[in-house]
Write a protein that binds this ligand. Sequence first.
Ligand code: ADP
Length: 405
Amino acid sequence: MAEVILEHIEKMYGSKQHAVKDFNLHIQDREFMVFVGPSGCGKSTTLRMIAGLEDISDGILKIGDRVVNDVPPKDRDIAMVFQNYALYPHMNVYENMAFGLKLRKTPKDEIERRVRDAAKILQIEHLLGRKPKELSGGQRQRVAMGRAIVREPAVFLMDEPLSNLDAKLRVEMRSQINQLHRRLGATIVYVTHDQVEAMTLGNRIVVMRDGLIMQVDTPMNLYDFPQNKFVAGFIGSPSMNLITGTVKNGQFMVGNDPVAAMGKLAQSLKAYEGKEVLMGIRPEHIGLIGLTETPVGTNVIHGKVVVVEPLGAQTDLIVEVAGQDMTVKVEGQALVQPGDDIELVIDQTRLHAFDTATEQAIDRGTALGKRGQADTPDLGYEYPGVAKKGAEAILSKERMAASSD
Ligand code: ADP
């Protein structure tokens, strides 16, 4: 296994298309690193440069302690899994998995050992004799993974490997890949446009836009401490509300309703007195008096319900507040109707604010506090579900402490 280091990596297609710009990243040994961002932001290009399938226009790429800019793909000790896994239709599963090793003249008993080991890990031992057409989509995807695993590469590179599967299968395969990462203890670089996939799989995530890194961080840091408006809006579903308003007496004005921040953010907002800023609040951090648990603080704003979207376990409300639409996520079923005037309580500990001109977070310090050291991933945190309660409790405490600094 190995680390992957990208230093000032650039990619130009021709003279005009600047696909990747000054990309700097240190992927640690055994880390699961996800590249996420909208289509065309440069994720695949970056991955393909690591694979050696695209030339690097400028910068240095290291795998392990070796500079590999000019090393051909087959000598980079990597294995790739693509969206289109194209198995050989005339070969059975065993032969498909063994094929690459055969080409490399790996001894027969070694091939046998590796294919059987990989099949066991992927739980496809019973499928080894079948042809691809006799497999389901998810099984084919596992065979494609198997082909990569038998190579025993230093680094796995995966480009949207689940996007050909239907939604249910994607969720299943996601958890398989999670387990696979733990079993193999492998370095994985994974490209997806799906922020849920990114959040659930990555030890760390690189959020990209227009060839630039917008933020590199752990999933929960991206959620809690987005460093700019783009990350704030991209991570989380439904998206964070971003409301334009003016700062008055150190408070954020939503129409006639003041919203007070806490601690550092309150301090930072003082510099914006009289100016417009973007206030950020996630739909799940807004409460309805009498209908939900009341969030921390006393920030109440007034709005009118425009749309009610019942989803069963939750209800999303679109509420018009001072001429702007806000989304509110309510657990269970909300007893409100379109047209109702309602009072929303904004969780004071969960407020974000962004500079309207630079789009940078106004209180970026919070993220650089105890949890936010972006370059030191917590590799113990592989399964977001497991320690969630404890982590959430610690986080709440930290958030309160950070806010009262
Ligand atoms: P993503 O994987 O994030 O969807 P890509 O890395 O595929 O994005 O593409 C990044 C940018 O580079 C896009 O604007 C895309 O159109 C451009 N691009 C990708 N491949 C080529 C190519 N072979 N020639 C010219 N432009 C390309």
